[in-house]
Design a protein around this ligand. Structure first.
Ligand SMILES: Cc1cc2nc3c(=O)[nH]c(=O)nc-3n(C[C@H](O)[C@H](O)[C@H](O)COP(=O)(O)OP(=O)(O)OC[C@H]3O[C@@H](n4cnc5c(N)ncnc54)[C@H](O)[C@@H]3O)c2cc1C
Length: 436
């Protein structure tokens, strides 16, 4: 998902020819994790080079302009406000953060639900969350969906939403991993999350349009082969998404230790895609609210209405919906969204609905998924990747975060953690530079 130069943030100023071929640390990937790691290491006065395959920074965060409005094509929510480092940093920087509304819309057929029906849906979510959290503590790992209690008319909705935000249906998600995610107290940022992450990368030594193809750690430090030549560094931070590591887009020599390889191959691909709608006459009032639409055999997995108070809406595709549309033409996601909304509200209601864009991160050669998912029985794989390989290769990125998995905040947290560890481990090696 490459985009024109408008979205390259402040890095157009960085002349690739001026980047060191022998930095202290080479970072693979200029997404949230890579940017966080670079900032931390540079703040400690290490020399760093970030190698980015795409023609833009931000990875799975990307804000584009549509009809003059910023629209996120990747991450949009700042989840888990109290523990999200991007929220803390945003507050320190005076970024335009605002709380996400807690209450969404509920429609049953064409009518808005009664207060009692909305309250019942809220209760169903609470019961499900409690059941899964308790079961995760008390029982063997198993598919998270297996411990969902009976929730009457709202059961399918609860399972669908949890499956959507997990990236896979709950029967494909580890029970022990699922409730580790912290979701409460979400925020948005005016201008888009992708634009915010790009601002955080301003001035960093990032080389765009360059892919890392091989990482040799057979001798001292690391030798990194890229499509623009060879780099040497004392250590490397690899933020490449798990799906790409599984495809061996980077060849490691010697091969990575077996437990690391097993952890990488343990993840499955989480799927979550936006169909961006411009729908001025939508029946939803008030900005930034989620909507649950019930009463028809096909329900939208997720709907975020009137983003930033604009006529833009996200119709979200979960993994089963995306799989249904795979192999069809490029307009199929838009037709799917229109059909479902017409079923719900009637054809007149969607007369001025326009489909602006459908994302396909699951097919993007530099992501291949929206995030990584832990399947049942493999709840320890996130932790297995946290230890460095021979104090030279660190993995970072959304897949490693436990409390914020699959999120930009989690990726940032892991990039910062990794950088802190590198500073600690390489202290002796780097001391002369720091004193000088
Ligand atoms: C549609 C969608 C909606 C989402 N919604 C949210 C949300 O609301 N809130 C939220 O917090 N999260 C959300 N996420 C998840 C979030 O975007 C990711 O978890 C996060 O951005 C991942 O950051 P990262 O640094 O780990 O990986 P990435 O952002 O993928 O960064 C890795 C970078 O490495 C580069 N790269 C990979 N391999 C190589 C190589 N060999 N050589 C050079 N460069 C390479 C890639 O091009 C990429 O830029 C969403 C994701 C999607 C797709």
């Amino acid at each position: 998902m490459n985009e024109p130069a408008a979205r390259r943030g402040g890095n157009d100023a960085v002349d690739p020819a001026k980047l060191s071929q022998e930095p202290d640390v080479l970072i693979v990937g200029a997404g949230a994790a890579g940017i966080a790691a670079a900032r931390r290491l540079i703040a400690a006065r290490l020399s760093v080079v970030v190698i980015e395959a795409r023609n833009r920074i931000g990875g799975r965060t990307l804000t584009v302009s549509m009809k003059g409005h910023p629209v996120d094509l990747g991450a949009h929510w700042l989840h888990a406000g109290p523990i999200n480092p991007l929220v803390k940093l945003g507050r320190e920087r005076g970024e335009p953060l605002r709380r996400a509304p807690v209450h969404g819309h509920l429609f049953i057929g064409r009518r808005e639900a009664r207060a009692s029906e909305s309250a019942a849906l809220g209760r169903a979510f609470e019961i499900a969350d409690r059941a899964m959290t308790q079961a995760a503590r008390a029982r063997e790992d198993q598919p998270a969906g297996k411990v969902l209690p009976r929730l009457g008319r709202y059961g399918a909705r609860v399972a669908a939403i949890h499956g959507l935000v997990s990236g896979r249906p709950l029967d494909q998600v580890s029970l022990h991993d699922f409730p580790s995610m912290e979701y409460a107290d979400n925020l948005f940022i005016a201008g888009g999350l992708g634009a915010y992450v790009a601002r955080l990368a301003q001035g960093l030594p990032i080389r765009l349009n360059t892919a890392v193809t091989a990482l040799d750690w057979s001798e001292a430090g690391v030798r990194v082969e890229t499509t623009a030549g060879t780099f040497r560094a004392k250590a490397a931070v690899v933020t490449t998404p798990m799906a790409l590591l599984q495809q061996e887009v980077i060849r490691f020599a010697p091969a990575l230790p077996e437990p690391v390889v097993a952890a990488i191959h343990g993840f499955t691909q989480g799927v979550y895609e936006h169909v961006v709608l411009h729908w001025p006459d939508s029946p939803f009032r008030g900005p930034d609210r989620l909507a649950s639409l019930l009463g028809h055999h096909r329900e939208p997995p997720g709907l975020l209405t009137r983003i930033d108070g604009t006529p833009f809406h996200f119709f979200e595709l979960d993994q089963p919906a995306a799989a249904l549309l795979d192999g069809r033409d490029a307009d199929a996601p838009g037709r799917y969204a229109r059909t479902i909304l017409a079923d719900q509200f009637g054809h007149r209601a969607i007369r001025n609905l326009r489909v602006c864009r459908s994302t396909a991160w699951r097919h993007d050669p530099w992501s291949r998924a929206s995030w990584a998912v832990v399947p049942p029985g493999l709840a320890t794989i996130r932790d297995a990747l946290k230890a460095p390989v021979d104090d030279r290769i660190w993995f970072a990125g959304e897949a490693l975060s436990r409390a914020q998995w699959g999120t930009a905040g989690g990726a940032w947290e892991e990039g910062t953690r990794t950088a802190g560890e590198i500073l600690e481990r390489l202290k002796a090696d780097l001391a002369p530079r720091k004193r000088g």
